[in-house]
Design a protein around this ligand. Structure first.
Ligand code: PLP
Length: 425
């Protein structure tokens, strides 16, 4: 790998610059990290990936919660290549469309957990969340209620890194140092329906929307308490606010249904999605938009002044169509509970042996809390030596979210690797 030539000691600042840093600045990593701290992943097949030294790992996180269909799926690769050969790209602004984007929107509208949905396409989850925020506010404004600008979100929660998504995110560390966020956002405790009700009552006709992950993901993997999501729906109905479900992780099979909304029996007004819509083969996200939101926008004088250059990129849409076909034909959503039950059993056994304070999850999305004094990053590193990639959340939680094609022997390996990592204390 090419490394920028190192500078010498900077005696005025006392900073040691003798260590060469890679030009690539990694997301969610220390900019001071040196090249030797990175594991270079070079190939993948099914639930496994391989690094440049030939070491094979079980990908217990489906990369970053997205690779539902598994790595190396020729059907998706071929669909993308065929699309690029036909039409590399052409934008969707104003008068233009492309067949892959139209076909994907039709497919997604049919899968949506609310009738009559329309679809807006983005390049990922953060952009999808910002799109949902903007469209929710715009729909109220166009319907004659421009003062409805407040968006209620939860703590903990994760909604991405753009200013909108970051401002909604209920993880203070992710906002630290980035200056003021987007205005009119109120965060409440993740289980506190009364707090949502109080805001809606105290600020009549001011709330545009409530946003919630059906199962909180990067915030710590917290399933909703019984009745929470339907309770949010009822409050939104009573006070004229929209319900946005952020299904960037939970969409496309992770909980056992196409969407968490269906799984928990709640009807959203907007659904944000990304990740497993393509299983990561191309960057794609978007928003499913229900009639209560898109109908006000049909007014002939309204122009939706929002959208990115690559909204509806045909290669990404082709990847999504091929991926969705795999999820459907292989019944992969149905595997979520099989994987989850096996994983839960293994993790609970480890919890008993090692005194882990909590094991929680839903479908094929799980986490364990580690006892005080054990750093999640350290246990993650030890698990890497046992050939398993998990993800630390905060300082003391480890997440598990494997590809839905993982076999049960590999599911068992996740808990045996955790057990082995905890033995070496
Ligand atoms: N929303 C949720 C629930 C997420 O989990 C994520 C990413 O993990 C995002 C939004 C942001 O998505 P992206 O990283 O694609 O921008």
């Amino acid at each position: 790998m090419h490394i920028t030539p190192s500078e010498t000691d900077d005696s005025t600042t006392g900073v040691d610059r003798t260590t060469a840093l890679p030009p690539l600045l990694h997301p969610f990593a220390r900019p001071a990290a040196t090249p030797d701290s990175f594991i270079r992943i070079v190939s993948g097949k099914g639930a496994h990936v391989v690094d440049d030294s030939g070491r094979r790992y079980v990908d217990a996180m489906a990369s970053l919660w997205y690779c539902a269909a598994g790595h190396g799926r020729e059907e998706i690769i071929e669909a993308v290549a065929a699309q690029l050969r036909r039409l590399d790209a052409f934008h969707l602004f104003e008068r233009f469309t492309n067949p892959a984007a139209d076909a994907l929107a039709e497919r997604l509208a049919a899968l949506a957990p609310m009738p009559g949905a329309r679809v807006f396409l983005t390049c990922g989850g953060s952009e999808a969340v910002d799109t949902a925020m903007k469209i929710a506010r715009l729909a109220h404004a166009v319907a004659g209620e421009p003062e409805r600008s407040i968006i209620i979100s939860r703590s903990p929660s994760y909604h991405g890194v753009t200013y909108g998504g970051m401002s909604l995110t209920g993880l203070p560390a992710n906002r630290a140092g980035f200056g003021p966020g987007v205005g009119d956002i109120i965060r409440v405790d993740k289980d506190d329906l009364d707090a949502v009700a109080a805001i809606m009552t105290d600020k009549p006709r001011r709330v545009a929307a409530v946003i919630a992950e059906p199962v909180i993901g990067a915030g710590g993997v917290y399933p909703p308490r019984p009745g929470y999501l339907t309770g949010l729906r009822d409050l939104c109905d009573a006070h004229g606010a929209f319900l946005i479900l952020d299904e960037v992780i939970t969409g496309f099979g992770r909980l056992g249904s196409w969407f968490g909304a269906r799984h928990f029996g709640v009807r959203p007004d907007l659904v944000t999605f990304a990740k497993a819509v393509t299983s990561g083969y191309q960057p794609l996200g978007g928003v499913l938009i229900g009639p209560a939101v898109h109908e006000p926008l049909r007014r002939p004088d309204v122009v939706l002044r929002h959208g990115g250059t690559y909204s509806g990129h045909p290669a990404a849409c082709a990847a999504a169509l091929a991926n969705i076909a795999i999820l459907e034909s292989e019944g992969l959503a149905g595997r979520a509970s099989v994987i989850g039950e096996r994983l839960e059993t293994g993790l609970r056994a480890v919890a008993t042996t090692h005194g882990l304070p909590d094991v929680r999850g839903h479908g094929a999305m799980w986490a364990v809390d580690l006892p005080g004094g054990l750093a999640a990053a350290e246990i993650r590193d030890r698990m890497l030596t046992h050939g398993v990639i998990v993800r630390p959340l905060g300082s003391s939680t480890l997440a598990f979210c494997p590809p839905l094609v993982i076999d049960l022997a590999d599911v068992d390996l996740l808990s045996t690797a955790l057990d082995a990592a905890l033995v070496r204390r």
